[in-house]
Design a protein around this ligand. Sequence first.
Ligand code: U2F
Length: 524
Amino acid sequence: QAFLRFDLAALLERVGSGKESLSFMRRRMRRLAMQWAAAARRLDEHLRSQYREQKRILIHVGFLTEESGDVFSPKVLKGGPLGEMVQWADILTTLHVLGHNLKISLSVKELQGCHIRVIDTFGTEPAYNHEEYATLHGYRTNWGYWNLNCKQYMTMFPHTPDNSFMGFVTEELNETERLNIQRDKANNIAVVYGKEASMWKLQGTEKLLTILHRYMDIHGTVYYETQRPPEVPAFVRNHGLLPQQELQQLLRKAKLFMGLGFPYEGPAPLEAIANGCVFLQPKFNPARSSQNHEFFRGKPTSREVSSQHPYAEHYIGKPHVITADFNNSEEFEAAVREILNVKVEPLIPFEYTCEGMLERVNAYIQNQDFCQQSRPFPAVNESRSWPGNPPSPFVQLSNSTDLIWAPNISAPACWPPLRALRLFLSPEASSCVKTCQDAGFICEPAFFPFINNMEALSGLNARCESLEAEKNHVFPAVQVERRECFVQKDPLLFSCAGFSAKHQRLCPCRDFLQGQVALCRDCL
Ligand code: U2F
């Protein structure tokens, strides 16, 4: 049985401090220790001594191994990426607090055959994960094509529900800190997001900063060795790269945290919002993706990134987040003025609190099972025409076009539970991620095997004249003009993310907990 742990001493000892990256992670663990202990106590009450199996978990911190070249450690104090270290520190702490038996590996030599979960910042979509399919259809990149169950890839933000959302945590405020923020917040302080000078070189930056400077004092935390980086305008007060704790203090005084376009999807905007800042960031039009942008090229995803931080844009939004067209100076200036006039409270989405992360990772550890064979689904002949409608296992909800799994059907055991299923037909060229989102739900890939059949298609009035089973990452789907219906032949290709101009996709959606999108209402 796993028992919650309220103390991090044993973990800190095991993490060691041989490298700057490990020291950064240890400092973070120490600073957040009280916050983790408080969250563990709340979770303990919540779980009411529910039996939880203790797992033996091997954690291989691959990106810090000598074998991988460890390009991160030497840049920790020089403005290099810290987001990954924030996340790894929080993952180690979560697993320790949840009471599991951990072995931490920092060298490939220590690895043996094991059941794996891959920490994968930007995610891997099914079309890129399936080795043969990726190779045949142009989805092969340097990453992925490991033929895993895509839920084994765990991401930093909830990008596509094809992967598991792992996340990290944002430092929480106690009552005194909240009061101090109310007292000390200065309406005229802006902090610019970007700890490496190269991030300030982006086109148009100086012009925008000049506009901002008319209204506010601008602070930066850009790494430099001896001289002030020339990319940072003279009117910006540069503190140099700050220790995390000091950055928090600066954010507590500031009103505005401004993104320049890079880095993408890091932890810092969540920290700024948690400290009562408004995050102002550029919209990307056209959206950036592996198809059109150097940074994303070669990443195993076709996700379209609509701004510097799509999570902040879509999951948090106004008044905490303003996403504007930075090529339009009037729009930018109007956004700055709007921020000066708005009052915002500090905010952390529940899924980025210690308790939220513990709850989510615990649910994965206790319920996800990648060892079982993929569930069988009804076999379909290669090209069989389908006369009439078979009896439907779905019932239609009144005054709506969506469908609900009929409760009188003996549904097989599944996590999330099958009663959460809602079925939709996507518009053409739309993914199931978007279709479910637009309807206020989230796509749930675990339900695909149950809807990959004629009953589901006819329940949505798909009017098929033919039905075929093929390997295609947008199936099950309908070719409406030709009245052709398709089901999926290879369960490894079930994909929430896929879309195709010619097809309307059959989408399995489900509800989710407010502030904990990875879990459905009945998932706990
Ligand atoms: C993201 O990585 P970054 O490290 O660039 O992400 P940031 O949001 O800039 O910040 C990570 C942490 O750095 C800390 C801050 C954040 O928790 O508190 N920090 C600091 O300690 N001192 C400072 O002066 C400024 C920030 C993303 F997370 C990665 O996955 C991507 O690879 C990368 C590139 O897109 O962006």
